[in-house]
Design a protein around this ligand. Sequence first.
Ligand SMILES: NC(=O)c1ccc[n+]([C@@H]2O[C@H](COP(=O)([O-])OP(=O)(O)OC[C@H]3O[C@@H](n4cnc5c(N)ncnc54)[C@H](OP(=O)(O)O)[C@@H]3O)[C@@H](O)[C@H]2O)c1
Length: 293
Amino acid sequence: MKENIKILVLGSNGQLGCELQFLSEVQEENVEFIFATRSDIDLTEIQALHSFVENVQPNIILNAAAYTAVDLAEKEQELANAINTLAPIEIAKICKEKGIKFVHISTDFVFDGLKSSPYLEQDPKNPLGVYGLSKSLGEDGIIQENPEALIIRTSWVFSGHGKNFFTTIVRLANEREELKIVDDQIGSPTWARDLAWFSFYAALSEASGLYHFTNEGVASWYDLAKAIVDAMGIECDVLPIPTKNYPTPAKRPSYSVLSKEKTRSSFGSSNNHWRDSVQALADELIMAEEDID
Ligand SMILES: NC(=O)c1ccc[n+]([C@@H]2O[C@H](COP(=O)([O-])OP(=O)(O)OC[C@H]3O[C@@H](n4cnc5c(N)ncnc54)[C@H](OP(=O)(O)O)[C@@H]3O)[C@@H](O)[C@H]2O)c1
């Protein structure tokens, strides 16, 4: 590894961004992090990145920023496209021009879910909604402009920060006696902390191109919700329902498990099972609550 590596993180207040901030305080590599939020660099005004990069002189840019409102994207196509397609392509160009390594994060929603075995990096894409399409076009543009870029596809990201599936289930389970959660969409949950560590080491490696990273194991949203409620020790019944009983503006893939064979053979790393990561996060949140009390 080179010495004195500087990593500029975009989207520092998101789930992955927050976990990278946590990681930056405990990592023991010779790496300096610069964390940029939307108020430092708005991806809809990406030209501002040029002068920011001039000032900071990073070796690596890790883009954890994205438009992630999957349902709202159906109505905000232009904004989703600006943040998830146009901005990453522009970042890829800047990185290419200045010899900066670009690490970008993408999604399982680039696939249509019609496969019944884990999706490989090179499988044909066919996003079902605006969000997936905007991310998919972002991937294509990045690869075209900057083949040395590294794109990490992940899925079902959860954490203790902000509004996400984990924090929403905890809130609802505390408010209600019963939750009905879909059990016919299958994927792999991913703790943002595990993703942050993988992204960090992958960013420091020589790897380029597409890689998949999720926690081990597969789940339905029902499985994940039940595990969260159990791990948090909340008394609430979690009941399975079919997707047709919970219509959403954006269609989601019914199966979006990502194969991690390429990632395993390239990085040789073992990864946590999603159930262990759910328990670890729950333990951390319960302990933090006890500290406050
Ligand atoms: N969440 C998932 O389940 C999931 C699944 C698969 C892939 N991914 C991908 O994983 C990556 C990280 O996702 P995440 O869950 O950490 O996302 P997140 O929690 O929604 O965070 C996204 C971040 O992007 C920032 N952002 C949004 N619009 C911006 C703009 N115009 N300019 C600058 N920053 C902007 C947000 O800023 P504010 O804090 O100011 O709003 C936020 O900090 C994304 O690429 C996402 O597509 C996520």
